[in-house]
Design a protein around this ligand. Structure first.
Ligand code: EPZ
Length: 417
């Protein structure tokens, strides 16, 4: 298992390009199940989660081929309908095959995900929505057995604006009979990307990016040739890195509008952020100001940036309050940050971070994807050496992060443990 070694305290400078978005690519690749034929995606990041979804679709009978950022998949030969426990356990986004399989083949068997490092993360709303569309779903030895002769459009109110639920239901509704309306739908940019891709296949969708999405089902869809959107969370992580290390970094290819909430908070923390042709330039302050954040569904402050923002606040002047509203257990990075000298107290879903003058390098262990990124950020700013272990979490969602940071001047190495 690899680990990352960081000698902190280097200023970050230069230009870097963000990769394609993991959380857009995963549902997009599942959408290929909706129509037989060869589908083609570009700007697909090279990540463990993409390997997992490729393996899952191959196990369903699809033929896949990858070269650099190109991902080709032919779903004509799909003849299996099961997402097994081992894959769903490795990556919860595997449940995104449920909607497409049910819509095209009338059947799917998907393992129920079980617990997760950041919260309970049930998929009850995916199930409820599909049942409202006429699916019959029963739990069978840990698996959801789903069947539907033909899904029917329905008006579905989501109790919380679930990202994966909105995606699963949008894909299912694209091939359903009649009109589906999703109320209290998620508004994340990745939903908009998926809607755009589905429309390019011939789907009729309106309202994506708002909390009400209307989908008029069509009898069949065409194939996809689609470029995945840039990764806003990778971009945000690099923005925090620049802010923390008195950096001067140009991040190319990112969509700044997708990160409005983060950009506003980074500016309050003292970062100078300017929009340039095709890039965003971030200059870090000499002293970071303390800023409070509350995570919320988009367009609120993203939960996927909470750990990284906390890393920044560990070095702020004064105290900040960080409230996690989306997942109930997303503070696993706190104990590790404390090992580096951070002063953080947790009270329920709130963390009070009192900024310290410096962090001191130490061995730390990653517990989930964004937690790993936050520990790398702390290591970049800490004195002496930080070792981040269990970085397979990082490899799920960041493409060559250490190479990109090294390119910006960080002293960071990956070594096999
Ligand atoms: C997506 O997860 C992302 N994953 C997550 O990114 C992200 O943190 C999350 O959205 C929130 O933005 C992918 O896109 C692959 P949700 P998802 O359903 O879809 C509750 C990362 O680090 N809920 O929007 O699983 C749930 O428990 C990851 O890249 C229900 O109650 O998240 C949570 O509290 C981690 N019932 C809230 O909704 C349901 O049926 C939001 O979850 C579904 C969800």
């Amino acid at each position: 298992m690899d680990k990352i070694i960081i000698h902190g305290g280097k200023q970050l400078k230069g230009s870097i390009r963000v990769s394609g978005a993991k959380n857009a690519a995963l549902p997009l690749i599942c959408a290929a199940l909706l129509a037989p034929g060869p589908h083609r995606f570009s700007n697909v990041p090279s990540l463990r989660d993409i390997d997992t979804i490729e393996k899952l679709l191959a196990s369903l009978g699809a033929k896949t081929h990858r070269r650099d950022d190109l991902f080709e998949i032919d779903t004509t030969t799909v003849d299996q309908f099961e997402a097994p426990y081992d894959m769903v356990r490795t990556m919860r986004a595997s449940v995104l095959v449920l909607g497409p399989l049910l819509a095209r083949f009338g059947r799917a068997r998907v393992s129920l995900p079980g617990g997760c490092a950041i919260g309970a993360r049930p998929i009850n709303l995916h199930i409820k929505g599909l049942e409202a569309m006429g699916a019959e779903i029963e739990l069978d030895h840990g698996y959801l057995n789903a069947r539907a002769k033909k899904l029917k459009g329905a008006r579905i109110h989501l109790d919380v604006p679930t990202v994966g639920g909105t995606e699963n239901l949008m894909m299912a509704a694209a091939l359903a009979e009649g009109k589906t309306v999703l109320e209290n739908a998620a508004c994340e940019p990745e939903i908009v990307d998926l809607a755009r891709a589905l429309k390019s296949m011939g789907a009729h969708i309106e309202g994506e990016g708002t909390d009400t999405i209307a989908i008029d089902g069509v009898p069949s869809l065409g194939t996809l040739d689609y470029q995945v959107m840039p990764d806003r969370i990778e971009a945000g992580t690099l923005m925090v890195a620049a802010t923390m290390n008195q950096g001067d970094v140009r991040i190319a290819g990112m969509i700044s509008a997708d990160l409005d909430a983060l950009i506003a908070k980074l500016r309050q923390a003292g970062a100078e952020i300017t929009m340039e042709e095709g890039a965003v330039r971030v200059r870090g302050p000499r002293r970071i100001e303390a800023v409070n954040i509350i995570t919320r569904p988009h367009p609120g402050f993203p939960t996927d940036m909470q750990a990284q923002f906390m890393a920044l606040m560990t070095l702020a002047k004064g105290a900040s309050v960080i409230t996690e509203n989306v997942f109930e257990n997303r503070f696993m990075h706190v104990c590790e940050m404390q090992r580096l000298g951070a002063d953080i107290t947790i009270d329920g879903n709130t963390a009070i971070v009192k900024g310290v003058r410096k962090l001191l390098g130490a061995p730390v262990m990653a517990t989930d994807l964004r937690a790993s990124a936050s520990l790398v950020l702390c290591g970049l700013a800490a004195e002496n050496t930080t070792e981040v272990k269990r970085i397979y979490h990082l490899d799920r969602g960041y493409e060559r992060l250490e190479e990109k940071l090294r390119h910006l001047g960080a002293d960071i190495l990956r070594i096999p443990e």
